[in-house]
Design a protein around this ligand. Structure first.
Ligand SMILES: *Cc1c(COP(=O)(O)O)cnc(C)c1O
Length: 297
C-alpha cells in the first residue's frame, strides 16, 4: 500500500530522514561505527515513528470515508499530540481519550493537541483499562459517532507496516539497528524491512518489559502474517521505569550534548543510547560492526 493522501494545510515531511555518522572515541575504541537515523527531524509536530505509524492509518481512514480519528493516551502522550496534528494537516476531526481526570490548566502536550483541534474526553482508570472492549467502544461511538479508532500508542498492523519504510530508507550497509521500545510497534516494523543478516535491537523504556516480546510477536503476526526472528529486546535499561530517570541518565544526556550538540529525549532516546553505549563497552558487538541508532523523539 502506498501513502497518497493530500494534506489540507501546508506540510513538509523530511522523508527519507537523514542518516548521520556520529564520531565518538568511546565507540571507535571498540571498533564500532554508529550512524544516527534522524527520524526526529521528519516533522516537529509528528516526529519520527509517530508519523510513520500514522501514515498508512490515515490513508485507510480516508479510504473508509471516516472523518474522525479517535485515540487514547496518558496526559503526556506524544501519540495523542501527533494524532491531533495529523488531523489538522490531513483534514480529520480528532478525539483524544485521556486516561484519568481533567487537570486545568492543560499541560503542554494536551494544550497543543487542543490547539490542533482535538476534542479531549477523560476516562477513569478502571474504564480505561477496558478501553478496547466492546462496551467502552460502543459508548464512545454513541458519544462521538463512527470513528477510525487508533490504539493507545498508535501501534496496529498498519503502523507496523509503515515502519518498514524506515529500514528500507537506509542506503548504507549496517549490521544492527537500535530503537527505543514503548509499545513495540516501531521495532516490529523495522524488523520487517531488514535482510536476513541484519538484526534490530530494542531497548525497553519501561520496567518489566519482558511482555513486549509477546506484543511484538502479535504485531508482526498481524502485520506480516508471521513472526520474524531478527529482533530482540533489552529489558535492563529502563532506568527505573517509564518516564523515570536516574542521575546516571541525566549525566549521560548532559555529556552527550556537550560532545555532540544534540540533546537526547530522556523518556526514550537517552535510555536506548545509554543502553547501547553500555553494550558496546561490554564488547557485545564485533569490531567492524556498523550500528544504526534511531532517534525518533
Ligand atoms: C513513541 C516513541 C517511541 C515508542 O515507539 P513504540 O512504537 O511505541 O515502541 C520511541 N521513541 C520515541 C522518541 C517516541 O516518541
Amino acid at each position: 500500500m502506498h501513502f497518497a493522501l493530500t494534506p489540507v494545510h501546508e506540510l513538509y515531511l523530511r522523508v527519507p530522514s537523514p542518516l548521520e555518522p556520529l564520531d565518538d572515541d568511546r565507540l571507535s575504541a571498540h571498533g564500532v561505527r554508529l550512524l544516527l537515523k534522524r527520524d526526529d527531524l521528519i516533522h516537529p509536530d509528528m516526529p519520527g515513528n509517530k508519523w510513520r505509524k500514522l501514515a498508512l492509518n490515515l490513508a485507510a481512514a480516508r479510504e473508509e470515508k471516516q472523518t474522525t480519528l479517535l485515540t487514547f493516551g496518558g496526559a503526556y502522550s506524544n501519540h495523542l499530540r501527533a494524532v491531533a496534528a495529523a488531523g489538522y494537516y490531513f483534514g480529520f476531526e480528532t478525539v483524544g481519550v485521556v486516561r484519568g481526570e481533567e487537570h486545568l490548566p492543560l499541560n503542554e502536550v494536551l494544550a497543543v493537541a487542543t490547539d490542533f483541534g482535538m476534542q479531549l474526553t477523560y476516562m477513569d482508570r478502571a474504564t480505561y483499562r477496558d478501553k478496547t472492549g466492546p462496551a467502552v467502544l460502543a459508548q464512545l461511538a454513541a458519544q462521538f459517532g463512527d470513528c477510525y479508532v487508533l490504539p493507545e500508542g498508535g501501534s496496529n498492523a498498519l503502523a507496523v507496516q509503515g515502519c518498514v519504510e524506515l529500514s528500507r530508507e537506509i542506503a548504507e550497509p549496517f549490521g544492527v539497528i537500535c530503537c527505543a521500545v514503548g509499545t513495540g510497534g516501531t521495532l516490529a516494523g523495522i524488523a520487517g524491512g531488514l535482510s536476513d543478516d541484519q538484526h534490530v535491537l530494542g531497548f525497553a523504556v519501561l520496567k518489566g518489559g519482558e511482555f513486549l516480546n509477546d506484543d511484538v510477536a502479535a504485531l508482526q503476526q498481524a502485520a506480516f502474517g508471521k513472526v520474524l526472528t531478527n529482533w530482540s529486546i533489552e529489558t535492563g535499561f529502563h532506568g527505573g521505569g517509564y518516564a523515570k530517570r536516574t542521575p546516571e541518565l541525566t549525566s549521560f544526556i548532559d555529556d552527550f550534548e556537550q560532545r555532540h550538540g544534540l540533546r537526547l529525549d530522556w523518556v526514550y532516546e537517552a535510555k536506548m543510547m545509554l543502553g547501547l553505549y553500555s553494550l558496546i563497552k561490554a564488547g557485545r558487538f564485533d569490531r567492524g560492526t556498523t550500528i544504526v541508532a534511531v532517534l525518533a523523539g
